[in-house]
Design a protein around this ligand. Structure first.
Ligand code: GTP
Ligand code: MG
Length: 373
């Protein structure tokens, strides 16, 4: 039995199982996952990997997690929420260009004066008033780190494929991540403004992978676009919204907030800044929050344009000041009525993490001694 916390990394797992990091990395690769030493694995993957080496995983944090109150939502408490969309695809196929184009096109007049802060997620309001929240993290993180212990945040994936290129390794990886997570895909066949673009070739490659897009008689949405000229982008977003409607995304805004950490860092002047995505409930300045092994009172919240806000409902990305440390991408966060509870859970998690790292360090030392002999 392999006793681990949810924060266990690839290298720690290797040490605990007494195998090399390379062995664990290649085991992940055979599952179609590219991982690095310091990356965390989601529960599902961890179990599969451990089993391959003859171990059974037991999460020692389970008991603590059960003490986090999970309010049941009544159907009448649920309200429609904006879809959360991740853009993925092969290197240079135009993910950033697409996100930039969408963001610029949809900045509300008058607000454009403010400096756009880089936060790992942002919301856009389309001309018809509909909202979409984009996760601007390197695409795959949203599916790996963020899937740690089932913290799935993405509702939909836009997979960008350059029409002057083809379905590439990272395109395939993105497709399998989305499929594994059960997230609907909308293909954006990009760079159609280029004379060398051949969207049909891309669609044929997809068809050969059993992925039939609409104009090939299939069910998967796809749209030819140019992130450079903006051609087709509006239609692509409409298809995304159509797909989102089928999901009937809802959340209860009238409870203490919970959600997922997108990224966090230490800012010299402001202290720890965490970008979080509220997934349910409403987050307010003054709330007590717990995120991973850290807690704190929310001192201030800002949107992606740096504007201070006092309350944020479901599907809203915000940056939060007030945590006593930087949680990791993919950590769930919860708001508590009382500060003590948040603090005590954070302390228990820290303790477990410390114990785990002591256990793994001891192994490393023995290992090193072995090597010296
Ligand atoms: P990585 O973040 O490195 O994986 O790349 P990316 O997928 O974000 O691609 P990026 O948006 O940086 O675009 C790569 C290059 O393709 C840039 O030089 C863009 O200007 C160019 N590009 C992106 N979209 C288009 C397009 O629709 N048409 C043309 N002609 N060029 C494009
Ligand atoms: Mg990019």
């Amino acid at each position: 039995v392999l006793k681990v916390t949810e924060f266990v990394t690839v290298s720690e797992v290797a040490t605990l199982m007494d195998v090399s990091v390379t062995q664990v990395i290649s085991a992940c690769m055979s599952l179609g996952m590219m991982v690095t030493m310091n990356q965390r694995l989601d529960a599902e993957t961890l179990s599969i990997i451990a089993e391959e080496f003859g171990y059974q995983v037991e999460f020692i944090t389970a008991e603590i997690e059960e003490s986090i109150p999970e309010e049941e939502d009544l159907p009448e408490d649920l309200e429609a929420r904006a879809p959360i969309v991740t853009v993925m695809g092969h290197v240079d196929h135009g993910k950033t260009s697409l996100l930039d184009y969408i963001r610029e096109e949809n900045v509300i007049a008058g607000e454009s004066g403010g400096i756009t802060q880089h936060i790992g997620a942002y919301g856009v309001t389309l001309k018809n008033g509909q909202k979409i929240t984009f996760l601007d993290t390197p695409g795959h993180e949203a599916f790996t780190a963020m899937r740690a212990r089932g913290a799935q945040v993405t509702d939909l994936a836009i997979i960008v494929i350059a029409a002057d290129d083809d379905v590439m390794p990272q395109t395939k990886e993105a497709i399998s991540h989305a499929q594994a997570a059960g997230v609907p895909i909308v293909f954006a066949i990009n760079k159609v403004d280029k004379p060398t673009a051949n969207p049909d070739k891309v669609k044929e490659s997809l068809a050969n992978m059993d992925l039939l897009v609409e104009d090939w008689g299939g069910k998967i949405q796809s749209h030819d676009i140019s992130a450079k000229t903006g051609q087709g982008v509006q239609e692509l977003l409409e298809k995304v919204l159509l797909e989102a409607e089928l999901l009937e995304l809802k959340a209860n805004p009238d409870k203490l907030a919970n959600g997922t950490v997108v990224e966090a860092f230490l800012d010299k002047g402001r202290g720890y800044v965490a970008t979080v995505l509220v997934q349910a409930g409403t987050m307010r300045v003054g709330d007590y929050m717990l995120a991973g092994t850290h807690s704190g009172k929310v001192k201030a919240m800002h949107d992606e344009r740096g504007k201070a806000i006092v309350a944020a409902g479901p599907s809203t990305p915000i940056s939060v000041l007030g945590l006593d440390g930087a949680p990791q991408a993919g950590d769930k966060f919860h708001v508590f009525e009382d500060e003590k509870e948040a603090k005590s859970i954070a302390a228990k998690r820290t303790q477990l993490q410390r114990e785990q790292s002591v256990r793994t360090q001891r192994h490393i030392t023995l290992d090193e001694i072995g090597r010296r002999i």
